[in-house]
Write a protein that binds this ligand. Structure first.
Ligand SMILES: *[C@@H]1O[C@H](CO)[C@@H](O)[C@H](O)[C@H]1NC(C)=O
Ligand SMILES: *[C@@H]1O[C@H](CO)[C@@H](O)[C@H](O)[C@H]1NC(C)=O
Length: 304
């Protein structure tokens, strides 16, 4: 009975909020809590620095009891979203630092960066994936051309009506084109939250558990700073029914939705070719054991 009452009260409460959307840009010198909140393992989250600087950097830790993570306050529809990360150093085998955008709808949409740690001196793997309307299975794995635990590097997404770019510093490492003309669903109307977390993925990440997590090294810490959002935020409860009209207006009037941003620049084409040639270690598009028929969008994933 008690629960019923609460449910009714909540229902009335939420209906008071009308959903709305509005252009959203991170404030200069934004603090972590302006745009995000911790969504699990809050006792594992640290805010190094002091005074005015507190909140500009966030540390997420993993130990043998739990990992930790955060989520953006609002979901965003289209835009340019990113931040800087410094990953777990030393023997990070078994740790997975995920940084992703995900929708709240039933027809799941998600854009993933997953950093798979490694034993000391061996390279991290960056796995990316794209889920559109519940369909994923689009993993790509690359090595990075730097040690991501030495310093902060920028990881971000550019998302507009024509394409989605995965960015590492100023290099495009992956593109997902709008291929609705080929019958492939695109991420086009569902706002997505920004998430990050660090967790123990030793069974999954380290070649089937070949390299165990070395818990004597705990806590494992990943650091974040320079939160950077230029997008459209959807406010209010029940984002499934949100009025996202403002977000389309913003899209078509902003730099990230203009004609130029809808296609790759020559530099981006060159970057993608270089990545494909030098850094890709797994590409679902060439996994013939897994897919009898090459997924249709694959013809567009890498520039010819
Ligand atoms: C976790 O690590 C602590 C500190 O090393 C240790 O005392 C504890 O037994 C460990 N717990 C588990 C479940 O392994
Ligand atoms: C770790 O390094 C080894 C050796 O270079 C490599 O084969 C492996 O793919 C790397 N990544 C993981 C997650 O084990």
């Amino acid at each position: 009975m008690g629960t019923m009452k609460v449910a009714v009260v909540l229902l009335c409460f939420t209906s008071v909020f009308l959903s709305a959307a509005q252009a959203y840009q991170t404030k200069k010198d934004a603090k972590f809590w302006d745009d995000f909140y911790v969504n699990f393992g809050d006792w594992q989250v640290g805010y190094p620095g002091s005074g005015e600087d507190t909140g500009k950097v966030v540390d997420l830790a993993l130990d043998n009891t739990t990992g930790s993570g955060f989520r953006s306050k609002y979901p965003y529809l289209y835009g340019h979203l990113g931040m800087k990360l410094k990953l777990v150093g030393g023997n990070s085998a078994g740790t997975v630092t995920s940084y992703y955008l995900a929708s709240v709808y039933e027809k799941w949409c998600e854009l993933d960066f997953e950093f798979l740690g490694n034993v000391s001196g061996e390279p991290y793997i960056l796995q990316t994936n794209v889920f559109a309307e519940g369909k994923g299975d689009r993993e790509q794995r690359i090595y990075l051309w730097f040690d991501p635990s030495e310093d902060y590097h920028y990881y971000g997404i550019l998302w507009n009506q024509d394409l989605i770019l995965f960015l590492v510093d100023d290099t495009v490492v992956r593109v997902f084109h709008n291929s609705k003309d080929l019958g492939i669903p695109y991420l086009e109307y569902q706002p997505m939250y920004v998430y990050s977390s660090i967790w123990n993925g030793e069974q999954w990440a380290t070649r089937g558990g070949a390299d165990k997590t070395d818990w004597s090294q705990q806590p494992f810490i990943a650091s974040y700073k320079d939160f950077d959002v230029d997008s459209c935020a959807v406010f209010g409860h029940g984002e499934e029914h949100a009025d996202t009209h403002e977000c389309y207006k913003k899209l078509y009037s902003s730099w990230y939705g203009d004609a130029e941003s809808g296609k790759l620049t020559q530099k981006q084409i060159d970057d993608l070719k270089r990545i494909q040639y030098n850094y890709v270690i797994y590409d679902y598009c060439t996994d013939t054991e897994r897919f009898e028929e090459t997924p249709k969008e694959c013809a567009r994933n890498w520039p010819q």
